[in-house]
Write a new protein. Structure first.
Length: 441
């Protein structure tokens, strides 16, 4: 966002027309197989294997969400075209867990060796670059569809992630337990010139990190714990509004400490509470250069509370509260600024009432606190709330169950900005009505 704007809330006016171009389209198709196996092949030994393999077709002609240049809604659309033949082939994932339980003196050890793999190859039918389109969020300017020419077909990128982990969950006595573990993570990404097949980028990052926890059973139904974990995660992707659009950021390391409590002392309700601190590499859109970059550290401190279960015979409750203090550290010019795209408050609430054996009625409320748009904190999004409602009818047709469900999301369709994560504004959805039928085979 332009740095010259004064600090204020971004509050969009009512949108009455679609700001996407009328010729925009997207086609998606998933074909995949999934399987799992659990085998207790010897006393105190267990093997669990699961895997997924598939293909995802995704040709698209998009006018893009655009770079919003002013509060009046002036914007610049950046069209993208991938022709028929664009697909993720393959998309794969596999997990293997080998566990063993043994006793050593007064201690019981639950040992687990894990291997996790996932990744994909992105094959594109790439179209030539399309010219940007000036438009307006509130008064869209529609244009004729541009000429579409395919410039190349072939492999565009490959991504592979692998994690190997070893853990020992030690039961010290009836009250105390200790979890110790170590994991090795590998993240690899390659980019290719679609026409020539030449590799244009190779990035490989690997790290070995510890994790652990100590738990105390305060009572048969209440557990407290203190945990620590480090990890390596994929970096973000520069948004369409950045000068370095679609640039993949290097992986970032994170560190998390958590002190928590879990309890079902109250009959029918499961309660959790946790204090935590997470430190990870900071990614943000620089207000001066409009470049999306990694620099410094983001520190998240917060309190999370959750409750779920039956509060009456037919009434189910799910409620949570997240208070978050997300700050920028280790960047001198931005020190102690609010990290962008991190709401200060999150409150989800869902109630489901079983009217009788056939009818269920439900309602949900989601409230989000204010969040900063940029790292310099020159702009912020105001708090917003979404309300959903649903009605479900259950019956049997012959020997098979049949469920008919109607759902209304975002009742009243308040139009507001809902997120600034990744340096890009996201507009909330309109009111959505859904009707679904579900049955067993």
């Amino acid at each position: 966002m332009p740095s010259s704007w004064p600090r204020a809330c971004l509050c969009p006016r009512r949108l009455i027309r679609n700001h996407f171009q009328k010729w925009t389209w997207l086609e998606q198709e998933w074909n995949y197989g999934y399987g799992s196996l659990e085998w207790n092949f010897a006393p105190e030994w267990k093997l669990f294997v699961q895997g997924l393999y598939g293909i995802r077709r995704r040709p698209i002609l998009s006018s893009g969400t655009g770079l919003i240049r002013s509060e009046d809604g002036d914007m610049l659309l950046r069209p993208t075209y991938f022709a028929e033949g664009t697909r993720y082939k393959p998309v794969f994932g596999g997990n293997v867990f080998l566990s063993h339980t043994l006793t050593s003196g007064p201690w019981t050890h639950h040992l687990t060796l894990a291997s996790l793999e996932n990744g994909f190859t992105f094959i594109t039918a790439e179209g030539e670059a399309l010219a940007p389109i000036p438009s307006n969020l509130y008064q869209p300017i529609y244009t004729e569809r541009p000429a579409l020419n395919v410039t190349g077909r072939g492999r565009s990128s490959e991504v592979h992630a692998s994690t190997q982990a070893l853990s020992d969950d030690i039961q010290l006595n009836d009250e105390w337990s200790l979890l110790l573990g170590i994991k090795d993570s590998l993240l690899r990404s390659d980019s290719y010139n679609v026409s020539s097949g030449e590799k244009t980028l190779h990035r490989k990052d690997e790290g070995t990190t510890p994790f652990g926890a100590v738990s105390y059973q305060m009572s048969p139904r209440t557990l407290t714990y203190l945990s620590y974990a480090e990890g390596l995660e994929r970096g973000g992707v520069a948004p369409a509004t950045a000068a370095n659009t679609n640039e993949i950021m290097p992986p970032v390391r994170n560190h998390q400490v958590e002190l928590g409590l879990k309890s079902n002392e109250i009959s029918g309700l499961f309660l959790t509470a946790a204090l935590f601190e997470i430190r990870r590499g900071l990614e943000y859109l620089d207000a001066e250069t409009n470049v999306y970059l990694q620099n410094g550290l983001q520190r998240n401190r917060g309190l999370e509370l959750n409750a779920s279960g039956l509060i009456e015979d037919r009434l189910t409750l799910q409620v949570g509260l997240l208070l978050l203090d997300a700050k920028i550290v280790r960047v001198e010019t931005l020190r102690n600024k609010n990290a962008p795209g991190a709401p200060s408050l999150t409150l989800p609430l869902t109630l489901d009432y079983q009217w009788n054996d056939n009818w269920n009625v439900s309602g949900s409320l989601y409230h989000f606190g204010k969040q900063s748009v940029d790292a310099a904190n020159t702009r912020e999004l105001k708090p917003w709330t979404r309300v959903d409602a649903g009605l479900k009818y259950s019956m049997r047709v012959g020997e098979r169950p049949l469920f008919v469900q109607a759902l209304v999301k975002n009742i009243g369709q308040p139009r507001t900005w809902v997120s600034a994560a990744g340096g890009q504004l996201v507009l909330g959805p309109p009111e959505i009505w859904k009707l679904a039928l579900q049955t067993g085979i």
